[in-house]
Design a binder for this molecule. Structure first.
Ligand code: SPV
Ligand code: MG
Length: 437
């Protein structure tokens, strides 16, 4: 150390489960300026940053403490540095220089702003990116994509997040959107936690009606395409679950693939999309028969990670709140790991009433909702009524379709593609959209 540098505090934040030479280089450089304090980013903040932890916070703290040149390890519980800088008042913050572009630049701006309030300094050192660092990075990502990690992640998220934000995916490309879309909002980073493989959108993408016509082999193929390019957990829309004798085999298959949950709805016969409500003939299954299907599925599964969630159609089919609640308690008794309650009203009040009444008697069983019709409700409001998972079930498909249709019409209208070009993804971006291995 140089001069009186041993009196100075140097801070750097780590958000990794595996140490590579890039991290060691940061510590070595930091050590030249004074006492090195490492921030271990909390689980909650890691999740919003898409670095889902594969080891616990305590294990990360011990890992960082064991490194040469580290004087202290503290917990940083938000991705932005306001609190940690205010408390620690480090003379220096050290970071790799790879955060000047993209969403991470918001974090960099935040550090500079906070340091400037008292004359602290940001030291950026060239980011180490060689073959061995690349290998560690991709190993970490691959590890998250492995079935045993992906499968249990939904249950972990339910414990860690106020509400698990889930978006529809029906292809590799929509999977990539679910995996990679990040925004900076109110000084925080935000992104989706999980993916919903919707029967409506999977069928629509194939130009087929949502009537269980797209069979399980095809649904599994869609899931596999999504899994190839993502790490986030998958919830499958399992429609009615089909025959109990078939359902048990599908549970095993999904579990082995690393799917986290299947949601099955208490209907029988020819299933139609719930958003039709009673405009079409739809028959609800009996409590007894559906409970038996759930119980058989639970008996078939091999791990504790996989969830079978029962979807109740009583409000959709106008059977009343009492019927919905009776079914919910019966399905939980039969072994359901969660309850999805659905509504096609624009007003969220019947959903909130259900959640409040269910929570009076059951504090723990996760509640799932799909606010396609009652889209005025916010995630915070849902969480305040005990909802654990919110699913944005069809918005990606519904936004893509009008955009594609308009483009097709305009090319026909103008006999060339120049007029549509302004609203298209640039060629250079589309060819770099997919990561190369
Ligand atoms: C789906 O996304 O296929 C669903 C939800 O089942 S809904 O379309 O609202 O019925
Ligand atoms: Mg569906």
């Amino acid at each position: 150390m140089i001069g009186d540098n041993d009196m100075k505090t140097v801070y750097t934040c780590f958000c990794t489960d595996v140490i590579h030479e890039g991290h060691l280089n940061i510590i070595e450089n930091a050590h030249k300026y004074g006492k090195v304090v490492i921030g271990a980013l909390s689980d909650e903040a890691l999740i919003r940053y898409n670095r889902f932890p594969t080891i616990s916070l305590e294990e990360r703290i011990s890992l960082y403490k064991s490194l040469d040149g580290v004087d202290d390890v503290i917990v940083q519980d938000t991705i932005m540095y306001d609190k940690v800088i205010e408390q620690l008042k480090p003379d220096y913050v050290v970071h790799g220089d790879n955060w000047k572009d993209g969403i991470e630049s918001a974090i960099r701006d935040n550090v500079i702003k906070n340091l400037s309030t008292y004359g602290g300094e940001l030291i950026e050192i060239p980011y180490t990116y060689n073959e061995s660092v690349k290998k560690v990075d991709s190993r970490l990502k691959e590890k998250l994509a492995m079935p045993e990690y992906r499968r249990k992640r939904l249950k972990q998220l339910i414990k860690m997040c106020p509400i698990v934000k889930t978006i529809e995916a029906h292809s590799g490309l929509t999977g990539l959107i679910a995996e990679k879309t990040v925004v900076e909002n109110d000084g925080k980073l935000d992104q989706f936690d999980a993916m919903w493989v919707s029967s409506l959108c999977d069928s629509t993408a194939k130009g087929k009606p949502d009537i269980e016509l797209v069979d399980m082999s095809s649904r599994l193929r869609t899931i596999d395409d999504i899994m190839e390019v993502t790490t986030k957990p998958i919830i499958l829309d399992g429609d009615t679950g089909g025959l109990t004798e078939h359902f048990v085999y599908n549970v095993r298959t999904l579990e082995r693939m690393g799917v986290s949950a299947i949601i099955i709805e208490d209907k029988k016969g020819l299933k139609k999309n719930s958003l039709f409500g009673n405009d079409v003939v739809q028959t609800q299954d009996s409590i007894e028969a559906f409970s038996e299907k759930i119980a058989a599925g639970k008996r078939a599964q091999l791990t504790d990670d996989f969830m079978i969630i029962a979807r109740i159609e009583s409000l959709i089919l106008e059977q009343g709140m009492e019927d919905a609640l009776t079914r919910a308690f019966a399905f939980v008794k039969a072994g359901a790991d969660g309850i999805m309650i659905h509504s096609r009203k624009k007003d969220p009040s019947e959903i909130l009433e259900f959640c409040d009444k269910f929570r009076e008697q059951d504090k723990d069983t996760p509640i799932v909702v799909v606010p396609s019709s009652y889209n005025v409700i916010t995630e915070d409001e849902l969480a305040a009524h005990g909802v654990n998972i919110v699913i944005y079930a069809n918005q990606l498909t519904r936004s893509a379709f009008p955009a594609m249709k308009q483009t097709a019409e305009d090319i026909l209208r103008y006999h060339r593609a120049k007029e549509v070009d302004d609203r298209l993804l640039p060629i250079k971006d589309i060819i770099t959209l997919i990561d190369e291995l």
